[in-house]
Design a binder for this molecule. Structure first.
Ligand code: SF4
Length: 528
């Protein structure tokens, strides 16, 4: 659904800020691909772009692909920006650049919705989700696009139902330049983990699109050239289990119709392992990865952070159950918890070995505004505002000890031998459980084969010939080649390369210990 009834025409420039190097954006893998330059198309800005009046020309720039130029700013009558806390400096930088052209700049999205104070220079703050504030912003710009005399804060009181959301304007994004496609079915999560800002921002009662909308979005992503892997960015795919069960048969049908060329991935709580009926349908719909916020293998720590639902099934059993349905588990891990002890790092490494999970995002605890953790630490006087640190939390263990333990874990977990052994396990015991599908014309298409060949060439040259861990790589690669598992080889080698390179930089102190830390981020602001 688009906003209708506005006659005036305004040219809107939507700019998505750059990310700095981060564990979760996989940029060390990009040179091994056939031209990937960014992680995922941003849902929020593309949604707003689709919601604007149909007669308003929109230009979308993702600064992870290229910076907005003077010509872009000269073309525009107003600028829209959106992003997360980690992009705060970059968003403020876009605002500064737009103001040089005397353009009104509006900011929306999760960061400003949680912390309007972070953005004093913007002309319009759009706080909350798509709704009456969005309509108000559009009406104001239609009346007068010039900069208002002082900052205007617009807060959504009346949200638009997700079932009325338009399809994000994927056609504006250069989809082939993204590692993953993105799609959103639901918003919000029924749980209340202490460190998480999702329930505070989006509510505990998940809101939903309809299966028809999702199928239309998948069709559009395909039309726009995104065929590889599409990631459901929902905070918790099974936040509403009935809704997941309603959607999955439609995804299965869509995969049958389109030749199973698209792989699906999502985020879900580990108690998904208790739902074989959901797991079976996910297998049939070709879900290949589930990100689970395991956070810690320590039951006392899970209790303390109110994540007891992770213990509804013993953690190892849960992981192996998901693997049995062909899905690799990716795990979030947090270090620096109040329950951590000097031996926590060793326990974590034992968990990595035992779980055989290849990809774990190991972060230091960071307190985000609008979370119970923030409120508690504020009461206890344990929030530290110091950009030179990797976390704003005053840990109970000494800070240097926690950071050094994090570095050691990164170094040990991503030793090439250990990582490829975990990937070998996944190839043998997880990927082997995936649905066997006939080779469809889409898979045999020249475009698909060409992409695979380019990636293989890059991997063989940059890792197999030039890489310093080439012996470990070839041991893994030859085994996969003998089996004809080209997909497993390409996927594992690409991600493994990122993990190894990132972990080396991290253990040498050149990467942040938290996805949310702003240490080192200044350098990432793009030059004009
Ligand atoms: S289950 Fe995940 S999304 Fe839900 S509150 Fe906990 S961390 Fe946040």
């Amino acid at each position: 659904m688009r906003l209708e009834g506005i006659e005036t025409v305004r040219r809107i420039l939507c700019v998505f800020p750059r990310y700095t190097s981060s564990f979760g954006t996989f940029e060390y893998a990009y040179p091994l691909t056939d031209g990937v330059q960014a992680f995922m198309p941003p849902q929020g800005l593309l949604l707003i772009a689709a919601y604007l009046p149909a007669n308003w020309p929109v230009r979308f720039i993702d600064e992870n692909i290229r910076p907005a130029t003077a010509e872009d700013f000269q073309w525009a009558e107003a600028v829209f920006v959106s992003g997360m806390h980690i992009q705060r400096q970059q968003m403020n930088d876009i605002c500064r650049r737009a103001h040089r052209f005397d353009l009104a700049v509006a900011i929306g999205g999760p960061s400003v919705s949680a912390c309007p104070d972070y953005y004093p220079s913007f002309d319009y703050l759009h706080v909350g989700e798509l709704g009456d504030a969005t309509n108000d912003l559009i009406a104001r710009l239609a009346r007068d696009p010039s900069r208002p005399g002082q900052q205007v804060v617009l807060r959504t009181a009346d949200r638009i139902a997700m079932s009325d959301f338009p399809i994000p304007a994927y056609e504006l994004a250069e989809t082939r330049k993204y590692l993953l496609g993105s799609i959103q079915y639901s918003s919000g999560c029924p749980y209340q983990c202490e460190f998480c800002d999702i329930p505070g921002l989006y509510g505990r009662n998940p809101r939903l699109k309809t299966p028809r909308q999702i199928i239309a979005e998948l069709d559009k992503l395909r039309e726009c050239g995104m065929t590889d892997t599409v990631y459901f960015v929902d905070d918790n795919f099974i936040g509403n289990r009935k809704a997941a069960m309603d959607l999955l048969p439609h995804l299965v049908e869509w995969q049958k119709k389109t030749g199973y060329i698209t792989r699906l991935a999502c985020e879900a709580t580990l108690n998904i392992a208790k739902r074989p009926e959901i797991l079976e349908l996910m297998r049939e719909a070709m879900f290949v990865t589930v990100f689970c916020g395991i956070e810690t293998p320590d039951p006392d720590a899970l209790k303390a952070m109110h994540k007891d639902h992770n213990m509804m099934v013993p953690i190892m059993e849960g992981i192996h159950t998901i693997n049995r349905y062909g899905m690799e588990v990716v795990s979030g891990i947090i270090m620096g918890l109040d329950t951590d002890k000097p031996e926590t790092g060793d326990a974590l490494l034992a968990f990595v070995d035992q779980s055989r999970i290849p990809l774990l995002t190991i972060n230091l605890l960071q307190a985000l505004p609008k979370t119970p953790l923030w409120d508690r630490l504020e009461r206890e006087g344990r929030l530290i505002d110091d950009d030179s640190r990797d976390s704003n939390v005053d840990f109970l263990l000494p800070y240097d000890q926690v950071v050094s333990s994090w570095r050691k874990c990164m170094e040990a977990a991503y030793q090439p031998e250990k990582l490829f052994a975990r990937y070998q396990y996944q190839c043998d015991f997880t990927y082997a459980n995936r649905l066997k599908v006939p080779v469809s014309p889409e898979m045999k298409s020249w475009a698909n084969i060409r992409r695979g060949l380019i990636m293989l060439r890059n991997i063989f040259w940059k890792v197999g010939v030039l890489g310093d861990y080439r012996k470990v790589f070839w041991k893994f690669a030859l085994r996969q080649l003998r089996r004809g598992d080209i997909e497993g080889l390409i996927g594992s080698a690409m991600i493994a390369h990122h993990l190894i390179m990132f972990a080396r930089a991290a253990s040498g102190g050149q990467q942040n210990a938290s996805n949310y830390s702003i240490r080192l981020r200044e350098a990432a602001i793009p030059a004009e």
